[in-house]
Write a new protein. Structure first.
Length: 366
């Protein structure tokens, strides 16, 4: 990590690649395990079609650009570069990796002995399963992600990350973790069951845009620069500290909102195409009657109503018969009443309610 002081060589910064040890090891290792896993699956991977591996590798590339390219050093000197780095990790890297459905390929990519003797027993242990279940729960994942995004932008924490390598590494690890569990509830974590249905994800996604939107607005419309180190380094690139901060706020505000908005639109599309489990639709059987038959049934029960009901004898736009076989299979023993029986029962029920004082007939007829 390059400390922020006067005398920065901006030319060398733009050509210097980072050698962050965690990123240098983790990113190639993830790519190797994923690739080995895909090869071991062979033709038995219809879920991992051509686009999912590309998504995974693009996600790793986004993280590599954020942590290993000259952008990592530039982020020490310009706030908007720092914000770009965070957006690549949280809004590009995490969702793209998750879209690659990495769990099965990466597990299969681990050597068989280590996988069976070490990794699988640990993954199946109760403490690990409970920890992951809690961490990925929507009521934990969203607040955690929000707390990390907002909390790390308080000047005391932000400047600590700029000044200390260990703190900056911790920031990146927490951002990546928080973003991954946040997107876990938006993108199906194959092969595990999703925590939320597509319909329930809509409010989850919608409220997620608020913290970044508000923080971006504060950064853009603030009257003063928040971060002292950038007030020294930003002028070397032709920006004031405030201009640098405002540009960073725009990067958080607009691209972040666009990505979340795109996720919301895709989720709405998927929700509209998804059949609601547990909510079958049936045709209801019975007889279709025209209006004269209906009036005749009423007059048969209420002779005093004869001649008082006027109708327009227009045909009812209903088919003459319904296939109610599925309903009969789901609810056997349904007793279908004839039209006169149904009218008689309805009239008797209304009379009972009137006698019980539960219907004020005079008020109803007023």
């Amino acid at each position: 990590m390059i400390a922020l002081h006067a005398g920065i060589d901006s030319g060398s910064t733009l050509t210097t690649w980072s050698l962050d040890p965690i990123a240098v090891i983790a990113i190639p290792l993830a790519a190797i395990l994923y690739t080995r896993g895909l090869r071991s699956l062979g033709p038995r991977r219809p879920f991992h079609g051509s686009w999912r591996p590309w998504s995974f590798y693009l996600g790793l590339l986004a993280v590599a650009i954020a942590l290993l390219s000259p952008l990592d050093h530039l982020a020490d000197e310009l706030f908007f570069a720092h914000m770009t780095q965070h957006m690549l990790i949280t809004m590009a890297g995490a969702p793209l990796v998750l879209l690659g459905a990495p769990m099965i390929p990466m597990m299969r990519g681990i050597p068989r002995g280590a996988r069976r003797k070490v990794v699988i027993p640990i993954a199946k242990s109760l403490p690990v399963r409970m920890f992951l279940r809690i961490l990925t729960h929507p009521l934990v994942a969203w607040p955690l992600y929000t707390f990390l995004i907002i909390g790390w932008h308080f000047p005391v924490f932000f400047e600590a990350a700029l000044e200390r390598e260990a703190v900056h590494t911790l920031e990146h690890v927490l951002f990546a973790t928080g973003a991954y569990v946040f997107w876990w509830n938006i993108i199906d974590p194959h092969p595990l069951r999703p925590n939320l249905s597509y319909l329930v994800r809509v409010p989850y996604i919608f409220i997620s845009v608020v913290p970044a939107f508000v923080l971006g607005a504060f950064l853009v419309f603030a009257g003063t620069a928040w971060y002292a180190p950038y007030q020294t380094s930003a002028p070397l690139y032709g920006f004031t500290g405030l201009e640098d901060q405002q540009l960073g706020g725009v990067i958080m505000w607009i691209p972040g909102s666009f990505i979340i908005g795109a996720a919301l639109m895709i989720d709405l599309f998927l929700a509209a195409r998804t059949e609601l489990a547990g909510a079958p639709v049936f045709n209801m059987g019975g007889a279709v009657a025209d209006m004269p038959e209906f009036v005749a049934a009423i007059e048969g029960v209420l002779p005093e109503a004869a001649g008082t009901i006027t109708i327009a004898d227009a045909p009812i736009p209903l088919p003459g018969e319904f296939d109610d076989s599925e309903l009969n299979r789901a609810i056997p023993g349904v007793h279908w009443r004839t039209l006169p029986e149904g009218v008689a029962e309805s009239v008797a029920q209304f009379r009972h309610l009137i006698d019980a004082g539960r219907i004020d007939i005079e008020r109803a007829m007023a």
